[in-house]
Design a protein around this ligand. Structure first.
Ligand code: NDP
Length: 250
């Protein structure tokens, strides 16, 4: 995979212990960045990732924190700035699904998904922008989803959160463009992680039928796009949503 030079950059990734986030943390570190990441509950996986990166000579730190919680998110951002002196790259990746048809969707399932997937993006972005604006540089990359563009039956809460992330991305991109902070979104299609492991064989088969490339992606195929958007090569791109989906949405 193409390597981008992120030496000396300080990055923060939410939900970095597993899946796409883990791959993003690994690739940012391999590209030279110092990486802080959050996780919600699975400490062993977070610890093993820190140890893995450190054994390769990287600098990494994990924070246990609920991305849906505004005070905790603020503490994480302040902690990173205190420890490393700046913040160059924020990747809002933490996300969950609680799928179901609207008629059967509980208020709790709606609230949980909106809080973890959308409010978290507000929490971390708000906490990070002041620092980035004063640095006169920064990259914010929000992980949305193709279903945030197309809609998907049985995922009204998730789709609303991911469409919200795209709208938020555009608005903040406009608010802070003049301060040289770029804000973009990535809309992955179907990626091989625990989130998609929940799908049964029949669901997987019908999904492959709508992907022109006829395969799901590996998490690294999203992580490499994050590294591109975090690099100087993407300095003139802001407010965009890049689909990483094997051609599903054109
Ligand atoms: P996984 O379920 O594999 O991993 C989710 C990660 O987020 C874990 O590290 C988890 O930590 C963390 N997390 C979950 N809730 C919280 C929370 N409240 N606070 C902090 N961290 C939290 O998910 P994926 O890697 O598949 O998904 C990553 C992102 O990509 C999500 O935003 C998802 O919506 C999006 N996406 C995924 C697609 C896919 O096909 N997989 C497609 C399109 C978008 P812990 O281990 O501690 O629970």
């Amino acid at each position: 995979m193409t390597q981008y030079n992120l030496s000396g950059k300080i990055a923060l990734v939410t939900g970095g212990s597993r899946g796409i986030g883990r791959s993003i943390v690994q690739m940012l570190s391999e590209s030279g960045a110092t990486v802080a990441f959050t996780y919600r509950s699975r400490k062993e996986e977070a610890d093993s990732l820190v140890a893995e990166l450190q054994s390769k000579g990287g600098k990494a730190v994990a924070f246990q924190s609920d991305a849906a919680n505004t005070a905790q998110s603020n503490d994480v951002v302040q902690g990173v700035i205190k420890e490393f002196g700046r913040l160059d790259i924020l990747v809002n990746n933490a996300g969950i699904t609680k799928d179901g048809l609207l008629m059967r969707m509980s208020e709790q399932d709606w609230d949980d998904v909106i809080a973890t997937n959308l409010k978290s993006v507000f929490n971390f972005t708000k906490a990070a922008v002041r620092q980035m604006m004063s640095q006169q540089s920064g990259k914010i990359i929000n992980i949305s989803s193709v279903v945030g563009i197309t809609g998907n039956a049985g995922q009204a809460n998730y789709v609303a959160s991911k469409a919200g992330v795209i709208g938020f991305t555009k608005s903040i991109a406009k608010e802070i463009a003049s301060r040289n902070v770029q804000v973009n979104a990535i809309a992955p299609g179907f990626i091989e992680t625990e989130m998609t492991e929940k799908l049964n064989e029949k669901q997987k088969e019908s999904i492959l039928g709508i992907i022109p490339m006829r395969r799901m992606a590996k998490p690294e195929e999203v992580a490499s796009v994050v590294c591109f958007l975090a690099s100087d090569g993407a300095n003139y791109i802001t407010g965009q949503t890049l689909c990483v989906d094997g051609g599903m949405v054109m």
